[in-house]
Design a protein around this ligand. Structure first.
Ligand code: 542
Ligand code: MG
Length: 214
């Protein structure tokens, strides 16, 4: 019973990144994924697009679906304005345990609430649990066939307001065709595709940014 890839990724962070330095945590993970083992982090190329959208929105309340090892969690949280927070949902306890340690290493734990459990259970409880009225920014990066049901759930729970920004990873590879269809053919969303590449490869992929129009 050896280690898992997330555990090896965590070791690489603990060895190579400076504690309390989010950028060094990001760089250590990117280095590990390029030179040791590929892992499904959004990566540095798509990560720069994520950074620009987060900076533009400057969200007070942000949500991430699918924490995995916490790479994009750290990327987003490091750009949040003072007093803002990121809620990230993860149902795999082993991944959540790794992510908590990656987040702790970055020093951003005070800006992040990692909630363990399935998004379908957690989303309806966000308002009461965190005292929020709506979400300014949502990053979708969990199972691709769950993007549409969870977007509908966010709408039904009244968590989206005029101007809420959804940013979805992997709309080309592995692909989220139903999601692209949903947001691109829905008058309640204004969508735009940012072409890029699958993390650490030259395979085409991209992010879809969709603004909820209310
Ligand atoms: C359904 N509700 C849910 N609630 C909470 N957490 C959920 C979740 N679904 C999934 N998760 C978690 O999100 C993560 C899942 C992410 C799924 N992502 C992918 O499949 C993915 C896959 C690739 C990929 C691309 C090419 C390839 F050859 C192989 C893989 C690239 C990516 O960037 C990806 O994001 C895990 O940590 C999982 O435990
Ligand atoms: Mg992804």
């Amino acid at each position: 019973t050896g280690s898992s890839r997330p555990q090896r990724l965590l070791k690489a962070v603990q060895r190579n990144a400076a504690k309390g330095d989010p950028q060094s945590v990001i760089s250590a993970i990117d280095y590990f994924c390029r030179h040791s083992e590929w892992a499904m982090n959004v990566g540095d190329e798509k990560g720069s697009i994520l950074d620009s959208v987060v900076s533009e929105v400057s969200p007070t309340t942000a949500l991430e679906l699918g924490t995995y090892c916490g790479y994009s969690t750290v990327r987003i949280a490091r750009l949040l304005p003072p007093g803002a927070s990121l809620i990230t949902l993860e149902f795999n306890p082993d991944y959540a345990a790794v992510a908590r340690q990656v987040i702790a290493h970055s020093g951003l734990q005070d800006k992040i609430h990692l909630v363990e459990g399935p998004s379908g259970d957690s989303i309806p409880k966000l308002k009461e649990r965190f005292g929020i009225t709506s979400l300014d920014f949502v990053f979708l990066d969990h199972w691709k066939d769950r993007y549409v049901p969870d977007t509908k759930l966010l709408e039904e729970c009244g968590l989206l307001r005029k101007g809420s920004v959804l940013l979805a990873d992997n709309v080309i590879c592995p692909g989220a065709p139903e999601y692209l269809d949903y947001v691109r053919n829905n008058p309640r969303y204004e969508s735009r595709y940012f072409q890029s590449h699958l993390e650490y490869t030259n395979v085409e992929d991209g992010l879809e940014k969709s603004v909820f129009l209310g």
